[in-house]
Design a protein around this ligand. Sequence first.
Ligand SMILES: [Zn+2]
Length: 240
Amino acid sequence: MSFVPLSHFLSSVFFVGSFRRHRVILSAGLLGFGLTGAALLASQAKSTGPTPDEALARLVDGNKRFVAGSVTHPNQTAERRLAVANGQAPFAIILTCADSRVSPEIYFDQGIGDLFVIRNAGNILDDHVIGSMEYAVEHLHASLIVVVGHSKCGAVSAAAAGGEAPGHIRSIVGAIEPAVEKVKGQPGDKVDNALRANAQHVAGILRRVEPILGEAVKTGHVKVVAARYDLESGQIELLP
Ligand SMILES: [Zn+2]
């Protein structure tokens, strides 16, 4: 192993790289400088932003403000814009529908640089979506992923209705079909059941997908939560 100067070691731990790289550098530090496990954990904790639970609480609070009509529009000033122009550290990753009525910065009452948002019809997964999340976890240290389905989702309605969808829409409907299948025969509204199942299904995959997200969830660095947004009340409901 090559010698790493202490100053470089410390700045690396606190300011650059992913938690994966932190672990590599920390391992080198452990061998080179005899740090204890507790010191390693403390260093690692300092290198990250809010915990997954803190991040979730921030979103829940923001949604409560939105529902109550008491939004504060945080982090939307010119100062904030300038402050994050040279670097971002979003505290949460949101995967939600492309529907024009479900903008996360609005329903979570957040601002510039707060949320790393990925949107497509039906809030579904492909390699581009997962790769974007991996980037946000590895390089931006976001600690929370929320998959937000919404009431009356057109993409889920199309999948629940069955039949052939035209063009590339077929690919979207196909991705939602497992959720529709899962809730077949259940009481209640077919579309609402399916959009809940779809968000839960997507969240379940994200908790396991290797190598980056699955590992981050396993080690507790990242939490993945499914949720449902109600178009009428504006309320976010966390799903089990
Ligand atoms: Zn939708």
